[in-house]
Design a protein around this ligand. Structure first.
Ligand code: ADP
Ligand code: MG
Length: 339
């Protein structure tokens, strides 16, 4: 007798959610990445109880056409890539078409969206993968998504959540990194109505650095720029005397995507030579640009791990650029005159 059957869509989405939606910060990450991909210039994030109670993201981006709205909640449905060719040259943050169906399978999701060209927008409500409302709605151009009751139907996940403080720190961390990678977008983050971050969105990386690390710290950072035939690296790092107890405050960005990469992180630290005390780490942002063909972002569902061709060459460039810049530290005035 046949034993194999296809899983119900909601169940398949919940399985995918296991990888994509780990905690409230993952919801924030996915929603904000969508807002970035929609070419927004302003993204406002409101969370309640560190996102456990509610995550709302409002953008002024392109919006979703009325007929596309149901599709946005289908797994592997995306507007961002079409064929194999595109997969090797991804220039959006999303492309897997997994986030919205995953989130909607383990939470309550309200979406309001409108295109600029439409006279009215769409309201759509999905709870635990079931669509419960779909109607026209008044809305200005852009998208507003509200996620509540996260993990209401996956109790194990709910139990696994950390303290409010830890969950909020994770949200703040991801928003900081997204803001650093998109200086042209004005971000605001609020928890229980209290403002946690606001960036200017004027494209000046140092302004975002200053909004995140504080102006006093920003004044003690230096800018650097290095290039070879394949890579361009630029950014800001703290002087060796200004350190933290964790290496988590160094943000690596590749073509506008925040990534995690041990080898490149090590290269940054090596750039400090022997200037760092044991157990102390600098902070800053390393903005890397390269031909999209040199990086494979389709390694992990969250896309934070990527595979880089010529990674060693890139690591060398980072180390040497930072080393050379710090060697000149006393000769060049702070890069932050115009703060
Ligand atoms: P992906 O981002 O990988 O395409 P998602 O599930 O995150 O998949 O989103 C599905 C689709 O919904 C996107 O491809 C996009 O067309 C649309 N979408 C989602 N969020 C927004 C938004 N804030 N603004 C405009 N379109 C959006
Ligand atoms: Mg997405």
């Amino acid at each position: 007798m046949a034993k194999i059957h296809e899983l119900a869509t909601v169940l398949a989405d919940q399985i995918a959610a296991g990888e994509v939606v780990e905690r409230p910060a993952s919801v924030v990450k996915e929603l904000v990445e969508n807002a970035i991909d929609a070419n927004s210039t302003q993204i406002d994030i409101y969370v309640k109880e560190a996102g456990i109670k509610e995550v709302t993201v409002i953008d002024n981006g392109e919006g979703i056409a009325a007929e596309d709205v149901p599709l946005a909640f289908f797994r592997h449905a995306t507007s961002k890539i079409k064929d194999r060719q595109d997969l090797f040259q991804v220039n959006t943050l999303g492309f897997r078409g997994e986030a919205l169906p995953s989130i909607a399978s383990v939470a309550d999701v309200c979406l309001e969206t409108a295109l600029q060209t439409e006279t009215q927008g769409t309201f759509y409500h999905v709870r635990g993968g079931e669509v419960t409302a779909h109607k026209p709605a008044a809305m200005r151009q852009g998208t507003k998504i509200t996620v509540t009751d996260l993990f209401y139907n996956t109790p194990a996940r709910l139990k696994y959540l950390s303290s409010l403080q830890t969950e909020l720190a994770a949200i703040s961390d991801i928003v900081n990194r997204l803001a650093l990678s998109h200086g042209e977008i004005a971000f605001a983050l609020y928890n229980n109505g209290k403002k946690i971050l606001q960036t200017a969105g004027n494209g000046k990386l140092i302004q975002t650095v200053s909004a995140i690390y504080g102006i006093q710290n920003a004044r003690q950072m230096v800018s650097f720029l290095g290039e070879d035939l394949d890579f361009k690296v630029q950014g800001y790092v703290s002087l060796p005397k200004l350190t933290r107890a964790s290496r988590n405050y160094i943000s690596l960005l590749i073509n506008g995507r925040y990534i995690k990469n041990k080898q490149l992180l090590k290269a940054v630290l090596k750039g400090y030579g022997s200037k760092l005390m044991v157990g102390r780490y600098p902070f800053g942002v390393i903005d890397i640009h390269l031909d999209p063909l040199l990086v494979d972002v389709n390694v992990h569902p969250t896309k934070q791990e990527v595979r880089i061709s010529k990674e060693e060459q890139l690591a060398d460039l980072i180390e040497q650029t930072i080393y050379a810049r710090l060697a000149k530290e006393n000769l060049i005035p702070s890069a932050l005159e115009n703060l």
